[in-house]
Design a protein around this ligand. Structure first.
Ligand code: LHQ
Length: 257
């Protein structure tokens, strides 16, 4: 697949946004190919996913040439058919998704990264809510994730001013999980994904569900959800294995079942 590279190793799927000459800006082809490979991740035996960018950038958001092209998909289809299904796929995938942000992440590209379960960024990566600079509003879940990640004031600053934020500042404000030296990024992202892929996959999926629902639940609803999901986790083979390994003083071998 041209605009998206996809490889699977050790139960980790690595997805690379691959339009480096356009700083991996999204056109329709790349958006639909990314949806298709995320669908493959549902079906295959992969137990963790990494999303990264080819070349210097992570993703510069929407390809602005396509956005204004009279022959292009048109504004209303871009959100409905490209970004909203992408963000929904990432949040509903029952496997952890790691964003390895290797350079600039702007507009929908920034918010794609923020929709992932863990976002790690190279020291020289930057994040830009570029929308307001061109007269648009944040999309791809940005207006949902940003206030929840960094609080209302910082979200307002990021969304309205649209300034570039370096990875150290992004880390400090809680936008991302960690920063890594540029040359170590891919290795570190893969190491985290491999670690996740050896963990109890079903429990991780249920944790993801807890996080998803905590965004809108009240305490009573969340306590009820914890009760329900804990029953499901306790019914897995991996729970049995985790407890057995603890009692037998050995390392657990989780199969994701
Ligand atoms: C690009 C892009 C790009 C095309 C760099 N498109 N070529 C939803 C609904 C519908 C429509 C609109 O959008 C959305 C969602 C959104 O994502 S809106 C936000 C869209 N993104 C932006 O506004 C960011 C635009 N890009 C930039 O501000 C800069 O390029 C950044 C800050 C990302 C990088 O700056 P530099 O490091 O100075 O690199 P550059 O500007 O020289 O870009 C490198 C190349 O990539 C360049 O191509 P060229 O042929 O001139 O070397 C750019 O034209 C191309 N490129 N972003 N979004």
């Amino acid at each position: 697949m041209g605009s998206i590279l996809f490889e699977m190793k050790d139960q980790v799927a690595v997805i690379t946004l691959n339009r480096p000459e356009k700083f991996n800006a999204f056109n329709r082809e790349m958006a639909l190919q990314l949806q298709a490979v995320l669908d493959e991740c549902v079906a295959t035996t992969c137990r963790a996913v990494v999303i990264t960018g080819a070349g210097k950038a992570f993703c510069a958001g929407q390809d602005l040439g396509e956005a204004v092209d009279p022959q292009g998909p048109g504004m209303h289809r871009i959100l409905k058919e490209h970004y909203n299904p992408l963000i929904t796929r990432i949040r509903s995938l029952q496997k952890p998704v790691v964003a390895a942000v290797n350079g600039v992440a702007a507009g929908a590209g920034a918010n794609l990264a923020l929709s992932c379960d863990l976002c790690i960024a190279s020291d020289s990566a930057t994040f830009i809510q570029a929308f307001s600079k061109i007269g648009l509003v944040p999309d791809s879940g940005g207006s949902f994730f940003l206030p929840r990640l960094v609080g209302w004031q910082r979200a307002a600053g990021l969304m309205m001013l649209g300034d570039k934020v370096g990875s150290a500042e992004a880390l400090q404000m809680g936008l991302i999980w960690k920063t890594v030296a540029d040359l170590q990024l891919q290795e570190e992202a893969l190491a985290i994904a491999k670690q996740l892929a050896t963990m109890p996959t079903q429990a991780l999926a249920l944790i993801k569900e807890q996080l998803n629902q905590s965004a809108t639940n009240n305490l009573a609803q969340q306590l009820a959800l914890e009760d329900q999901l804990q029953q499901q986790a306790a019914a897995t083979d991996d729970f049995k294995e985790g407890v057995a390994a603890f009692l037998e003083k050995r390392k657990p071998v989780f199969k994701g079942q």
